[in-house]
Design a protein around this ligand. Structure first.
Ligand SMILES: Cc1ncc(COP(=O)(O)O)c(C=O)c1O
Length: 423
């Protein structure tokens, strides 16, 4: 049947590479065409063809308050009434920066940017400028956006599409990026030992979120902290997913480990394009115009985005994180049982309002483990759920996100859909 989505996709493919503006959205790894969305509210999306979907992508994480949250929407509308971009300081950027510094006590200062990619890219530049060193360590399957230095052994779309590296990135750039497996401290120790005095920073998603959800083992983050301190390298927590998600103060609050620099995105924009990087005053003051490390942005600190971000964060300060975590775990565990009853091996990884069900029998502690999951079974599950009104991320290497507005009825309906899917 020629749906409106299908026709839009055909038009899109003529003018947008792959018909999309971000690769995983094309749904290629699950063998489907993308659905075009007309509207979203609460835990739901409505496609241009009128199909209603219970959403577990939540814009890949930002919409923890649910889509189109009325408080956030009103804040954004009010801000629009005062103009949409000034190219000059505005009160909202100070307000949002103060709140971030308040909930992350080890973040003294932040710089606002417009995406998570910009945040991580700039944090690495700052770390290099501050330490006078060039190399960085990242983890196999770690995804920190699409800037050149991170496109070595990356997760997310790079993993989904099985792209080993990326043409267009000079070898000399990725040569400065050292890779270690996640959750293996001895391997990191070896990388440091092999590159004495050369590592500017180690960047890590404190909960890996782009190979599916993979939790840090006991003492792992503290071990990374110790190694960075010993080697004079900065520890960067990429909290673009985990910030305001695994706790109000992110993974650094939840796991009690203090990074030197933190990158944020997604939730702090309340659905608008925002990122930021922040950390200790002494390091942050190396950024221009205080210092000599240059970084700038036409739309950085945009008043509409700041208003939406601030409203989101203020709402989250009143939120029941513990309750959301409990409901998410109960729901994800039931989903796992349903799939196991169909004869599938399933590993559930969960933290707070994030989870992944891997179709494998091997505990998933790193990218190599995640790759043992059966992508064919996931593709069937994805298509079956979508046909029954449930929107999952179109890749087994991604997280599912719940929100504060997913109701028991939404979760029950999702479980009902899962019971009906044939695998
Ligand atoms: C951990 C992490 N860092 C950075 C990014 C890049 O953020 P953005 O897509 O806003 O550029 C992402 C995106 O998914 C992410 O998950």
């Amino acid at each position: 049947m020629d749906t409106i989505s299908k026709k839009l996709f055909e038009r899109a493919c003529a003018v947008l590479p792959g018909g999309v503006n971000s690769p995983v959205r094309a749904c290629r790894s699950v063998g489907c065409d993308p659905l075009f969305i007309a509207r979203s509210e609460g835990a739901r999306l409505w496609t241009v063809d009128g199909q209603e979907l219970i959403d577990y992508v939540m814009s890949w994480g930002p919409m923890i308050l649910g889509h189109s949250n009325p408080v956030v929407r009103e804040a954004a509308i009010k801000a629009v009434g005062n103009g949409t971009s000034y190219g000059a300081p505005c009160p909202g950027e100070v307000d949002l920066a103060e709140v971030i510094c308040q909930v992350m006590p080890d973040v003294d200062m932040v710089r606002m940017v417009s995406s998570g990619t910009e945040a991580t890219m700039s944090a690495v530049r700052l770390a290099r400028g501050y330490t006078g060193r060039d190399k960085i360590i990242k983890f196999d399957g770690g995804y920190h956006g699409h800037s050149d230095c991170f496109l070595a052994a990356a997760g997310s779309g790079v993993a989904t599409l099985s792209i080993p590296g990326t043409p267009g990135v000079p070898d000399a750039f990725v040569e400065q990026t050292l890779i270690a497996p996640y959750n293996d401290l001895a391997a990191v120790e070896q990388v440091f030992a092999a590159n004495p005095g050369q590592v500017a920073a180690l960047i890590v998603e404190p909960v890996a979120g782009n190979i599916g959800c993979v939790l840090p083992g006991e003492g792992y983050l503290a071990g990374l902290r110790k190694l960075c301190t010993e080697h004079g390298s900065l520890l960067i927590f990429d909290e673009v997913i985990t910030g305001f998600r695994v706790a109000l103060g992110g993974a650094q609050e939840r796991f009690g480990v203090t990074p030197d620099l933190t990158t944020l995105g997604k939730i702090i924009g309340g659905g608008f394009p925002v990122g930021c990087y922040g950390g200790k005053r002494e390091i942050m003051e190396r950024i221009a115009p205080c210092g000599d490390v240059y970084q700038a942005g036409t739309l950085s600190g945009n008043p509409v985005a700041m208003a939406a971000g601030l409203a989101t964060v203020q709402e989250l300060m009143k939120a029941d994180y513990a309750g959301l975590e409990k409901r998410t775990l109960a729901f994800a565990s039931e989903l796992k049982s349903i799939l196991e009853a169909k004869g599938q091996d399933v590993i559930l990884n969960h933290v707070a309002s994030i989870f992944t069900l891997f179709f494998t029998d091997r505990p998933v502690n790193n990218y190599a483990d995640a790759k043992t999951a059966n992508s064919g079974t996931f593709a069937k599950f994805y298509a079956g759920m979508r046909a029954r009104g449930v929107n999952l991320a179109p890749s087994g290497f991604e997280c599912a996100f719940t929100s504060l507005v997913h109701t028991d009825a939404d979760l029950d309906k999702t479980l009902e859909a899962a019971r009906a899917v044939e695998l």
